[in-house]
Design a protein around this ligand. Structure first.
Ligand code: FE
Ligand code: FE
Ligand code: ZN
Length: 282
């Protein structure tokens, strides 16, 4: 039996060890967290003892890679230069901090081109990545697939690929696939997961896929809305989401729940999905 690597989004207000312990209470072996206040601003200083204790806990319980999330207000392809500078400085600082917990993932929203057009957006995102990534970092930076709300870049596999093509340190880049977002973007996760993955492979390459945000969607396919639902309570449904976690090409990735839940709700969803893995007998 292959172990399902699953966790959820946790608050980092009490530090790393507290998140690690909460993950264990949830029967999780990975988690996501905002690297700083999700609305941006200065990050708290990291306590080296907290990091050390956390790294020990990770080793003892063989955690899968963590999937840190950049503040969602960062806009790497903003029209205003000062906003792009802010996104760049924040990402540089976040990666520096993540290097204290090596070999994990740092996921970000590619941004909104705010009327400049997707091509300009793609160039700006790639420029930013080219000034942020450096050869010795152990953190892999993940572009998140987006729902295509407003002027979001990353609404299609082609747009993600176009960014990657323009980045020099490609080996530091990966993709985080969000099931709610791609369903909202019009990919048929519900009826044709094999087809969606074949397309991902053809356009981006499945070797770039490093993590999954496992969310149901409040909206029907192609709605371009981005409203997450609890597992089994949205338009994607438990059967399709079970196919995602158990797919031979996805089953070993870390799955992160970003569903509207508190501790107990997450605990139930993790148990439910572990059951779906056990039922599949893989
Ligand atoms: Fe996200
Ligand atoms: Fe997400
Ligand atoms: Zn979302």
């Amino acid at each position: 039996m292959s172990k399902l690597h699953i966790g959820c989004h946790l608050s980092n207000s009490k530090g790393y060890l507290a998140m690690g312990r909460e993950a264990l209470e949830l029967d999780a072996d990975t988690f996501a967290f905002f690297t700083r206040n999700p609305r941006g601003g200065k990050a708290k200083d990291i306590d080296p003892k907290d990091v050390d204790d956390f790294l020990t806990l990770c080793r003892e319980h063989s955690f899968a890679p963590l999937v840190a999330h950049a503040p969602y207000t960062l806009n790497p392809c903003a029209a205003k230069e000062n906003l792009r500078d802010f996104a760049r400085e924040t990402m540089i600082d976040d990666i520096r901090r993540l290097e204290l917990t090596p070999n994990n993932y740092y996921n970000f929203h590619p941004g909104s081109h705010v009327g400049q057009g997707a091509d300009v957006g793609i160039d700006l995102i790639a420029d930013l990545l080219n000034s942020v990534l450096y050869p010795r970092q152990t953190t892999t930076v993940l572009l998140e697939t987006m729902a295509g709300k407003g002027s979001e870049v990353g609404r299609s596999f082609e747009e993600i690929r176009a960014v990657i093509d323009k980045v020099s340190l490609k080996e530091k880049l990966g993709v985080c696939l969000d099931t709610c977002h791609i369903s909202d973007a019009g990919y048929d996760v519900i009826n044709d997961l094999d087809g969606v993955l074949a397309e991902f492979d053809r356009i981006i390459g499945l070797d770039r896929l490093k993590a999954i945000h496992l969310n149901d969607s409040l909206n029907p396919p192609a709605a371009h809305k981005d409203r997450h639902a609890k597992i089994g309570e949205g338009h994607i449904g438990i059967e399709a989401l079970a196919r995602v976690i158990n797919h031979p090409k996805l089953k070993d990735l870390p799955f992160i729940l970003e569903t509207p839940n508190e501790h107990e709700g997450y605990k139930k969803e993790i148990a439910l999905l572990r059951e779906e893995r056990a039922k599949a007998g893989i």
